[in-house]
Ligand binder design. Structure first.
Ligand SMILES: Cc1ncc(COP(=O)(O)O)c(C=O)c1O
Length: 370
């Protein structure tokens, strides 16, 4: 596998002092993204107005995200967060008479929070089996009564990767719509919504998409978007701003003025990612994670990442005091992301095999000390 030219690594000043391995939570800030944030600030500071430019940036971010997932720009709505994306989707389903919703034990808790608040839906939660989610689970739990099946592309806690194309086939055969939470995959695993047959997909920008919080993207398949009337919709979801008609495409899922500063960041970040190419990133991340899994096991650390299936893009290490360990690592300038009783090492294209080994060495020392 060819290495990226050094100039790409130099885009991340923090790499000179820190080992950054928290892409599953917040990735490193690249200079073009930092400059974009500064541009937003400067436009207000020095020119006093930036509305036209901000709208252009919004369209640019939409185009770049559409390119990243193989969609048309009109199939992408800009929303504040992945949670908001799902709330909007939930607000649009009453056109279907079915009242059964399915999600999985591997979904981020926000998915459960959204559905628990929707009192008129009957919910089934698909359990995982020994840390994996066999396709038979979907065959069993999705029924003809299911209006929507929610699945994460990648499990937020251990990086387990699901076969979305196969799940989409089952969901479609049973007559359910499929919502994919791609927040833990977009930016390091290639996504092709058309090829996979995905109806709806959402991802935010602060993890592998190299951005900051405040903006997320919601893909809704064109024919589906046109048939839905989200109750969570307002002037950014209208044909003409002040006109009462729903926009003719996924924009109808938008509400008010987006967090433009985050959009500036997202447009720059997505352009960088598309330039590098997610297939390259996947191969690189997969390779260094495979090496790190062997290295961690040889050091006697217990892996929480499912073994034997598709290679995850993160290495999750069991540690009852994960938050404490992450704080100790921070003092050594190693930035990782603890979650529950697991330390997640989540590299990106700017990381090396040595970064992962260095973090594992530090974790192993802390575990012995405890
Ligand atoms: C897989 C996944 N989905 C959703 C969320 C929540 O996203 P948001 O805060 O944008 O609603 C997270 C946050 O960490 C996540 O990891």
């Amino acid at each position: 596998m060819a290495h990226l030219p050094e100039q790409y690594l130099q885009l991340f000043p923090i790499l000179q002092t820190h080992t950054m391995l928290a892409s599953c939570s917040q990735s490193a800030l690249a200079e073009p993204v930092s400059r974009a944030i500064q541009d937003y600030h400067d436009s207000l500071l020095h020119r006093g107005t930036n509305w036209k430019e901000a709208i252009e940036k919004t369209e640019s971010a939409r185009n770049e995200f559409a390119k990243l997932i193989g969609a048309e720009p009109d199939e992408v709505a800009i929303v504040p967060s992945v949670s908001d994306a799902l709330v909007s989707v939930a607000s649009a389903l009453s056109v279907f008479r079915k009242k059964h919703v399915v999600y999985t034990e591997m979904d981020f808790p926000a998915v459960s929070h959204v559905w628990q608040a929707q009192c008129d839906y009957h919910i089934s939660v698909i359990p995982s089996i020994d840390g994996v989610m066999p396709l038979e689970q979907y065959e069993t739990h999705i029924s003809e009564e299911t209006v929507l099946t929610c699945v994460p592309h990648v499990h937020y806690r251990d990086g387990y990767v699901q076969d979305i194309k196969a799940i989409a086939e089952i969901s479609q055969r049973k007559g359910s719509l499929l919502f994919v939470d791609a927040y833990q995959s977009a930016g390091h695993i290639p996504i092709d919504v058309k090829e996979w047959g995905v109806d709806i997909l959402a991802a935010g920008t602060r993890k592998y998409l190299l951005g900051i919080p405040g903006v997320a993207f919601l893909y809704v398949r064109k024919e589906l978007a046109d048939a839905l009337k989200p109750k969570a919709s307002a002037w950014f979801g209208r044909e003409n701003g002040f006109d009462g008609a729903y926009a003719k495409d996924a924009r109808r899922f938008q509400t008010g003025t987006p967090a433009f500063i985050s959009i500036y960041a997202a447009a720059a970040a997505l352009s960088l990612l598309n330039h590098i190419g997610v297939s390259y990133i996947r191969n690189h991340v997969k390779t260094i994670c495979a090496d790190a899994c062997h290295y961690a096991a040889a050091k006697g650390l217990q892996l929480a990442s499912a073994q034997g299936g598709v290679q995850p893009g993160m290495v999750a290490i069991r540690d009852e005091r994960a938050s404490e360990t992450a704080e100790l690592l921070k003092k050594k300038k190693v930035i990782c992301a603890p979650r529950d009783e697991v330390i997640r090492l989540a590299p990106h294209f700017y990381n090396t095999k040595e970064d992962m080994r260095h973090a594992i060495d530090e974790i192993a020392v802390k575990m012995i000390d405890k």
